[in-house]
Design a protein around this ligand. Sequence first.
Ligand code: HEM
Length: 244
Amino acid sequence: MSMDILSSYIDDLDYTGLMHSLLIAYMVTGRDTVGTTLPWFFYNLAMNPHVMSGIRDELAPIAASRKDDTTTMMTFSPEDTKHLVYLQAALLETLRLYPPRSIERKTVVADDVMSSGHEVWARDTVLLSAYSMGRMESLWGKDCYEYRSERWLYDDVDGGGGGGGARKKRLRYVALHTFLAFNSGRRMCPGKHIAIMQMKTAAAAVVWNFDVEVVEGGHKVEPKLSCLLQMKNGVMLKVKKRAI
Ligand code: HEM
């Protein structure tokens, strides 16, 4: 008999307390992180219209295969967006520059020497800045401050063998300890794939159906000092239904 995790907790009275804590953890950790990332994502797209066009090019074949009335809003399912690498690259690039959990705080359990050679002592506090690491030239190159989705992609020649096969974009492997937005190791975010799936489906619908522009002369967009990297005053965007 197949059973999902939630049902197994519901049926076991010993675990209802744990289920309660787990559900709260998932609701708290999952909602604000995604809600904090998407405004940065749309801001980045509005500032980089070529990335918006790149995502639309990826969505176009899916939209063309639809029989629905194209005058209404078009939405895309997780299945539709799963293989869209350019859209994913644009999201990862947003998380590199604006990781919602910008600082990781860890307490040392026992004296140890880290792989970097730094000695740490029991009860020390170690702070890791995902925000700074996302902007380090030694990790991301000279253009580390630029929003450039292409850095996450490489060209794969279908069929190989140098026979001039079709080029396909694929996501480049980036070591998790380099890109800390979801943390790495044992405490890595267990909702990473759900988060990417949620953001891809929401982003695809907005990008396909609307033009998004930053309001000229609007306020300065900057991060707020808080436990999540929210925008201090939000961002003023002009959103217009797209003529398709
Ligand atoms: C943009 C979206 C997200 C980002 C950037 C993100 C990032 C993170 C990070 C950095 C941690 C590690 C915190 C730590 O141990 O120090 C974490 C933990 C966690 N995340 Fe996410 N998260 C996101 C979305 C989600 C979603 C959608 C869910 C649930 C569906 C989720 C569930 C959790 C849970 C339950 C933990 C705690 C894990 C533990 O205690 O070991 N997250 N997340």
